[in-house]
Write a protein that binds this ligand. Structure first.
Ligand SMILES: [Mn+2]
Length: 345
């Protein structure tokens, strides 16, 4: 970040999104603003966050504003100011234009997204820890699977387990889906009861120091049909083989297309209706996407999910997801939970 003034032609950077404020300053309060100039760093907060900002930031001047953020911003002048074009509202932008009448505003969201996509070793370690807690939650929840249990119940158990086992929160609303509900890639837990002979899909993650975990496992309650078993093994093949080709220098779109080709072996590639994966970090969905549209190339220390899935309306769905950190030679799988076919009886 310190070289932002070399990378971009700006003489100041104003950050207001919670994730980028946290990334750049350590402040987790989510409200306020971070202002960085070539010589100084400021964080502006209201009275609720003054102590917290002092505790969480290093090298920042903590300024408590009493008459609104703009009254503090008026004390500065910029020729060219970087702002988050993907986050700033139209009304805030109009205010900024009134404060800095002759200033040119430069959108820096994409720049920060790319910057954040490559993790430090510490950031990878936090994600790894989140995934370890997720792995433990999976072993725990497997034991709770039985007839008539509800999706909501299992989801609550997973979240509670993670929170009392080292997580600081959940990365996104936990998905637990049974049977035909597994065909909704973003299913939400309901009071639906588990019946014999259907799939159970779990997709969840916790946060550790703000960094997200993310994993998906699909298991079977009862005795699967041959077809169900074959499709599962195909999704598993797409998942494991895709992980195998990931390394620094590989195009993100190539990994997606590779997985799709494997699903084509049994003609189910058209039932794979999302991208193969996404970056994770302080946000659950970050750059880069393992998608056919991506123009990015994998780099060392990017962390991405690899999650092929197939979804059959009114029947069932299967998705298997691991997180991997990209290395020079390949990748390191951060998710250790068993992914071979599991039947629970
Ligand atoms: Mn995911």
């Amino acid at each position: 970040m310190d070289n932002i003034f070399n990378d971009l032609k700006v003489d100041g950077v104003l950050i207001t999104s919670p994730h980028n404020m946290r990334y750049l300053s350590g402040f987790t309060g989510g409200e306020g603003a971070v202002l960085i100039t070539p010589t100084e760093k400021f964080i502006f907060v209201d009275g609720r966050y003054t102590i917290q900002a002092k505790q969480q930031t290093i090298g920042f001047n903590v300024v408590e504003f009493k008459n609104g953020l703009t009254s503090e911003l008026e004390k500065f002048d910029f020729i060219s100011l970087g702002i988050e074009d993907d986050f700033v509202t139209f009304s805030f932008y109009k205010k900024l234009k009134e404060v800095y009448k002759k200033c040119e505003f430069i959108g820096i969201s994409a720049y920060l997204d790319i910057k954040r996509s490559v993790k430090t070793d510490d950031e990878v370690a936090f994600i790894k820890k989140a995934e370890e807690i997720g792995d433990k939650a999976f072993s725990y929840v497997l034991k709770l699977i039985k007839e008539d249990v509800t999706e909501k119940y299992l989801a609550e158990e997973i979240e509670h387990f993670m929170k009392v086992n080292g997580a600081d929160g959940i990365a996104f609303d936990t998905i637990v889906a049974f049977g035909e509900r597994c065909a909704l890639p973003h299913a939400y837990p309901t009071d639906r009861k588990l019946k014999r002979n259907e799939f159970v899909l779990f997709d969840y993650g916790c946060t550790v120091n703000g960094y997200c975990g993310d994993m998906t496992r699909t298991v079977y309650f009862g005795k699967a049909t041959l077809e169900e078993r074959e499709i599962y093994d195909l999704v598993l093949k797409a998942q494991t083989e895709s992980v195998r080709i990931i390394k620094s220098g590989v195009k993100c779109s190539d990994v997606h297309n590779f997985a799709k080709e494997i699903l084509k072996l049994k003609g189910v590639d058209s039932y794979f209706n999302h991208s193969l994966g996404h970056g994770v970090g302080l946000k659950i969905h970050e750059m880069p996407n393992l998608s056919p549209k991506s123009t990015l190339t994998l780099k060392e220390n990017m962390v991405v999910s690899v999650e092929p899935g197939v979804y059959f309306e009114n029947k069932y769905g299967i998705r298997i997801e691991d997180l991997v950190s990209v290395t020079k030679e390949g990748c390191c799988n951060l998710t250790k939970s068993n992914k071979s076919f599991i039947e629970i009886n």
